[in-house]
Design a protein around this ligand. Structure first.
Ligand code: OFO
Length: 168
């Protein structure tokens, strides 16, 4: 049976993952509105990944005999000044998420909850990959600057991203 303090912290993270999903779907809408359909596709897939992260926590809480509870989810922003600004916001958000995951891993150690600590290793690895991917796109957007053909090339590349559930 899961300890209440761990259950509460996991439910908080579950809610945060759902916010992340909404944030990226909102970014997909933003990119669509400025005719960058590849960026929109990438963010839409990212929203699906975040919902996968949320569902993984949901299932884990249930498997441990806890009660999954969705907390209040605030509305994400819906507008950014430039294509770069939205991706920078995504990078900042991922760094915040990494901090929360690390706190959860620390809590699992403090409470002697080895199963939750193992679960957190999955999220820690996932965060390394996400931060690296987003930071790479931010760097390329900075290089592209105001050059429409460079932006077009990146947009074209991001069109090919599809949702493949990450390995469990
Ligand atoms: Fe973007 O990360 Fe979830 O955890």
């Amino acid at each position: 049976m899961i300890k209440k303090v761990i259950e509460d912290a996991l439910n908080q993270q579950l809610t945060r993952e759902m916010y992340s999903s909404n944030l990226y779907l909102s970014m997909a809408g933003f990119y669509h509105s400025i005719n960058l359909s590849g960026f929109a596709n990438w963010m839409r897939v990212q929203a699906q990944e975040e919902m996968f992260h949320a569902l993984k926590l949901f299932d884990y809480i249930l498997d441990r005999g806890g009660k999954a509870k969705i907390g209040e989810i605030s509305a994400p922003p819906s507008n950014w000044q430039t294509p770069l600004e939205a991706f920078e916001a995504s990078y900042n958000h991922e760094q915040l998420v990494t901090g929360w995951i690390n706190e959860l891993a620390d809590l699992a150690i403090k409470e002697g909850d080895h199963a939750t600590h193992i679960l957190m290793q999955w999220y820690i690895t996932e965060q390394v990959e996400e931060e690296a991917t987003v930071s790479d796109i931010v760097a390329r957007l900075k290089l592209a600057g105001d050059n429409p053909s460079s932006l077009f090339l990146i947009d074209n590349e991001l069109k090919s991203r599809t949702f493949n559930p990450p390995a469990a």
